[in-house]
Design a protein around this ligand. Structure first.
Ligand code: ADP
Ligand code: 5GP
Length: 190
């Protein structure tokens, strides 16, 4: 897949660190970017809309996509499957927009392997305790899921050593600014 003069940014970070919050504000301020919509087998959270937040698939549908080589990358995360459709990314590229993927670290490293020009950005919490409080404070997961996600957080941090940039999401505004600085730097270097 060719990126032409467009850049692909991959944002990862432990569940609850604030990726969604940072990206929502970033995209409001920088509407020229396109956020990729992933496929997942997890249940929608209250308020999540199919085709907006995710394409919600059954496990069978997801398996068919794997078998038919539809994914640029896919991974299992905390008991569910998540993947980025190749077709979705090529559509974004046709529209001439820089693309942001918000995916887990396994997926991010797979993308980097296929597209070395992709820029990997890891969002860190100020501390493990803050991460746990944010994840619990969101009230979207049951206790078993929270435990799985906190366990994944340690593995994700280990994988982040291969990322291009790290941003600490302590003060929200500062984190958004850091993301803007990284992207401006990459654009100027291009
Ligand atoms: P993620 O997308 O990484 O799983 P969310 O964006 O859903 O995380 O954020 C998890 C929770 O943390 C949300 O309740 C959100 O409002 C809160 N949050 C995000 N960033 C900050 C921040 N900088 N300071 C305090 N709370 C935050
Ligand atoms: P959530 O269930 O909280 O929406 O997402 C759980 C994890 O899956 C997060 O780390 C999120 O970044 C990741 N994720 C979302 N979409 C994708 C995807 O398409 N591929 C991969 N590998 N991970 C994804």
């Amino acid at each position: 897949m060719f990126l032409m003069n467009k850049k692909l940014y991959v944002i990862s970070g432990s569940s609850g660190v604030g990726k969604g919050t940072v990206l929502k504000r970033f995209l409001e301020r920088n509407p020229e970017f396109m956020l990729s919509i992933s496929c997942t087998t997890r249940e929608p959270r209250p308020g999540e809309i199919d085709g907006v937040n995710y394409f919600f698939l059954s496990r069978g549908e997801f398996k068919d996509c794997i078998e038919n080589d539809k994914f640029l990358e896919w991974a299992e995360f905390a008991g569910n499957f998540y993947g980025t459709k190749k077709k979705y990314i090529s559509k974004c590229l046709e529209q001439g927009k820089d693309i942001i993927l918000e995916i887990d670290t396994q997926g991010a490293l797979k993308v980097k392997n296929k597209m070395p020009e992709a820029v990997l950005i890891f969002i860190c919490p100020p501390s493990y305790e803050v991460l746990e409080n944010r994840l619990r404070g969101r009230h979207t997961e049951d206790e078993q899921t929270i435990k799985k996600r906190l366990c994944e957080a340690k593995i994700e941090l280990e994988r982040s050593k291969d990322f291009d940039y790290k941003i600490i999401n302590d003060d929200l505004e500062a984190a958004i600014k850091s993301l803007e600085n990284v992207i401006n730097k990459e654009r100027n270097d291009a």
